[in-house]
Ligand binder design. Sequence first.
Ligand SMILES: Nc1ncnc2c1ncn2[C@@H]1O[C@H](COP(=O)(O)OP(=O)(O)OP(=O)(O)O)[C@@H](O)[C@H]1O
Length: 151
Amino acid sequence: MAKEEDDDNLPDKDAAKEFYAKYEPKEIIGRGVSSTVRRCIEKETGHEYAAKIIDLSQESQDGVDTHTMRDATRQEISILRLVASHPYIIELQDVFESETFIFLVFELCKNGELFDYLTSVVTLSEKKTRYIMSWPGADIDRSFLVGDLAV
Ligand SMILES: Nc1ncnc2c1ncn2[C@@H]1O[C@H](COP(=O)(O)OP(=O)(O)OP(=O)(O)O)[C@@H](O)[C@H]1O
């Protein structure tokens, strides 16, 4: 099975009973190096969260051993707790650990990636573009670029 299909399978319910008792996992909303992020619903309140499911099983770690990965994640958790309630840092709501998975439940960010936002709002002024085009080597494909800008 391809790695992505593997990642799409939810961890065995026995492996993280407490997480499944409290949350209903939904669709995948992102992927990290060793994690899959899913939208999830807190059963009691109906509130939405983002659950980052970190697979610690040896075969899913590219050369990093399970203990190192678990330690690194625990360190990430303690840092997130130290900065909890900062207005610009995402809130860590819950943590569940099993033998082979760690579930981090975060507040859900609905507006997508900062990178995508910046790409959509940042535009180059004509003056700045002219300046960049004056850089050595920038004249390659200049006609194409100018054509684009004129559209
Ligand atoms: N709280 C959240 N709300 C909405 N989407 C999220 C949230 N957390 C993560 N994501 C989505 O999941 C993707 C991967 O998550 P994240 O950036 O935490 O992983 P990573 O740090 O790159 O991976 P890893 O920890 O496995 O190295 C993000 O790029 C984003 O699209």
